[in-house]
Design a protein around this ligand. Structure first.
Ligand code: NAD
Ligand code: IPM
Ligand code: MN
Length: 367
């Protein structure tokens, strides 16, 4: 049988910097664990625009549909801020999500013990935190029609539309209930059913799906209260399910609970392919971080943990995912810190590749 295939799309800014460390880890699995992957690399975002005039070439899109998993770094940056909206780097990422139909975006926020002091919250509020945000990723206000900037009388109007069908809500909800079943059987759904019809429908459909999961304790919360509760007492949550825009915002918020945006991975999953694997893309939650690009400062952990999620969800290598996560934890426990994780006096930050070195050494030590 041929090796499982991975398409790597490093993207822009710190994307290629953090992805270089992931590539070393993929190689390590081939050499040390007899777990070889067929890896190909292509362009996305501003890098694709520079080469082809579009943020995602049709050939790249076609490749993404053929492989077993896509790993993406980050897209965007100031160089591309004034481009026409239709060719902005972010459009390349959104096209991948939409055409691969990756409706379920898993964004775990886990506070490693060694980092409990780095959270902007008090240590006892975040120590041991382990929550999973399930963000609907292919619909809602990101994609709803009508959209655009139109003339209206003597001024312009910008329009986006929040739109959800019952089936879109149902499949996102179902994936969240499935996760709740293998975690602590607790699910909180967030919307704004008090002001939005799409929120009313969201709550109704989630309640309907709940009938198939009688063991799961389901609660509902308005998303604004949810944001407040996430910073007041985050450990009250286990799995959270929410729409595309609320999920975008709430997951950045949850990221800071863990110490740094540079720590948070994600998996974007769709329906099973012919080979039984889910169509999938793995990417850190953070962006291209233009403020630190080219300075070897970027924390590669979010991207590395995204590969751990690929091991778990695409390649059924849960034990190897555990190994990689444990290696990251061991390195953090040893006090190895990139610049985003500095707080303690007298600690010198390591570079992106030195963090990669440390994680590879911890992987070696795990054998
Ligand atoms: P950002 O996530 O790029 O950066 C926010 C802050 O977090 C910055 O101070 C940055 O230095 C820091 N940071 C982020 N990742 C880090 C890491 N791995 N290590 C250390 N520090 C890190 O968000 P932004 O500044 O709002 O956006 C910059 C660009 O990235 C924009 O063009 C935006 O559209 C794009 N973006 C892309 C993605 C993606 O590709 N998935 C996600 C978010 C933003
Ligand atoms: C994210 C990002 C993206 C989003 C952008 C870059 C399109 O912020 O993945 O969280 O808004 O979904
Ligand atoms: Mn975001």
């Amino acid at each position: 049988m041929s090796n499982p295939s991975i398409l790597i799309l490093p993207g822009d800014g710190i994307g290629p910097e953090v992805m270089a460390q992931v590539t070393r880890i993929i190689d390590w699995y081939g050499e040390k664990r007899d777990l070889a992957f067929d890896v190909s690399t292509d362009l996305v975002g501003g890098a694709a625009y520079d080469a082809h005039g579009v943020p995602l070439h049709d050939d790249t899109m076609a490749k993404a549909m053929e492989v077993d998993a896509v790993l993406l770094g980050a897209v965007g940056g100031p160089k591309y801020d004034n481009l026409d909206f239709s060719v902005k780097p972010e459009r390349g990422l959104l096209r991948l999500r939409k055409e691969m139909d990756l409706f379920s975006n898993l964004r775990p926020a886990q506070c490693f013990d060694a980092l409990a002091d780095f959270s902007s919250l008090k240590k006892d509020l975040v120590a041991g935190l382990d929550i999973m945000i399930v963000r609907e990723l292919t619909s809602g206000v990101y994609f709803g029609e009508p959209r655009g900037i139109f003339n209206e009388g003597n001024e312009r109007v910008g329009i986006n539309t929040q739109r959800y069908t019952e089936s879109e809500i149902e499949r996102a909800a179902r994936s969240a209930f499935e996760l709740a079943m293998v975690r602590s059987k607790k699910l909180c759904s967030m919307e704004k059913a008090n002001v939005m019809e799409s929120g009313i429908l969201w709550r109704e459909v989630v309640n309907r799906v709940a009938a198939d999961y009688p063991e799961v304790e389901l609660s509902h919360m308005y998303a604004d209260n949810g944001a407040m509760q996430l910073v007041r007492a985050p450990k009250q949550f286990d799995v959270i399910v929410t729409d595309n825009l609320f999920g975008d915002i709430l997951s950045d918020c949850a990221a800071m609970l863990t110490g740094s945006l540079g720590m948070l991975p994600s998996a974007s999953l769709g329906a099973p392919m012919d080979n039984g694997r889910p169509r999938a893309m793995y990417e850190p939650v953070h962006g291209s971080a233009p403020d630190i690009t080219g300075q070897a400062k970027a924390n590669p952990i979010a991207c590395i943990l995204s590969f751990a999620m690929a091991l778990r969800y695409s390649f059924a290598e849960g034990a190897e995912a555990d190994r990689l996560e444990a290696a990251v934890e061991a390195v953090l426990a040893d006090g190895v810190r990139t610049a985003d994780l500095l707080g303690e006096e007298g600690v010198t930050p390591v570079s992106t590749s030195e963090m990669g070195d440390a994680i590879l050494a911890a992987l070696d030590a795990s054998l």
